[in-house]
Design a protein around this ligand. Sequence first.
Ligand code: ADP
Ligand code: MG
Length: 420
Amino acid sequence: MLQEGQTDLNSLFEKYMNNERIFKNKDVLRHSYTPKELPHRREQIETLVHILVPVLRGETPSNIFVYGKTGTGKTVTVRYVTEDLIKISQKYNIPVDVIYLNCEIIDTQYRVLANIVNYFREESGVEVPLVGWPTDEVYTQLKKVVDMKERFLIIVLDEIDKLVKKSGDDVLYSLTRINTELKNAKVSIIGISNDLRFKEYLDPRVLSSLSEEEVVFPPYDANQLRDILMQRAQEAFYDGVLDDAVVPLCSALAAREHGDARRALDLLRVSGEIAEREMSPKVTEKHVWKAQEKIEQDTMEEVIKTLPLHSKILLYAIVLLDENGELPANTGDVYSVYRELCDYLDLEPLTQRRISDLINELDMLGIVNAKVVSKGRYGRTKEIRLNITPYKVKNIYRFEETLRPLISVSMLKQRRLFYG
Ligand code: ADP
Ligand code: MG
């Protein structure tokens, strides 16, 4: 017998167990899943195949620079094509290796080179430690292990812009020139970038060898996203579970986000999860709107977590003003609360001018809204509002050592008002 206040665990789980009717295979909606077909990327696939096919005739393919915004299918397309290339090269006994490196994680010259050496560790017996060797030595080893036999090596540097912004383009300079130092092997590079202006960061010599060929991935429109989602939805959901309006709505919302297929897939997956949790037998438009809200909030929370310290303090000043019903506020108001908070944390405050810039940054990130209004002959001033609920910000700061003391600070603010 259960005592009062106790719950019957079995029934708790059973309640959800019997509602397993939404997802047939949720993995299909994950980012890492490579579908059998890629709708609306035929042109890009053909171009890539065209550039890479010389390998099968024993010629070195050109380096390729792939770019387009996030979620335009760059990673999945390059993987799709290179996996096929591996398959066909095995069939014809042509030695092709493809090394895929995600430079968001592998973001230093040392790590890029070490990962390439270690890819061949079984063959060469050489393994580079994660840190510690002189970079020159890693590069020398790289040439040695790559050149051990005749082969074509294709190195995919995904999110290459992250590598260059963090560590410069030295490693690209070496890699694009490596063929002149090899006798047996031939190396080609595929660089993938989300940042269209990334080229400006490159030394012109690196740029010209890296972009021997360029492949552009334009954003998807709502109709194209719909085709992509339909294909995935058929495998991911049970028949009849999705309302007809769901896929078009996910596609339309993601098309507004610069045609991001990742966002579209996230919307579809989260909609299904919400429907499941609500024990709804169907996924409806209502669930998509909830999913949209949840994803936006989650993204904003991620952005807030990665703000620099003074932007976080500044944001907290705006949160306090909000809690006291003092928004919209102007830069001066925000600055004075910010300064008090710096005092409280024993930190040197930034100048008001710098804070004004940081307010603009928060505005661009969508966390606050800073509208410039004209005050007639008094000039112009900013009206600052908050775009996230104060308790969400507090929840984030609660887990951060330096900022946790701020959670108790609303008192300080009230005292200021009291004496003010
Ligand atoms: P990018 O690398 O350009 O940011 P991804 O290749 O990671 O984009 O694609 C994002 C998500 O959308 C992945 O889950 C991918 O499988 C899916 N996707 C993108 N384009 C297509 C397409 N044409 N067909 C099917 N799925 C796609
Ligand atoms: Mg990618």
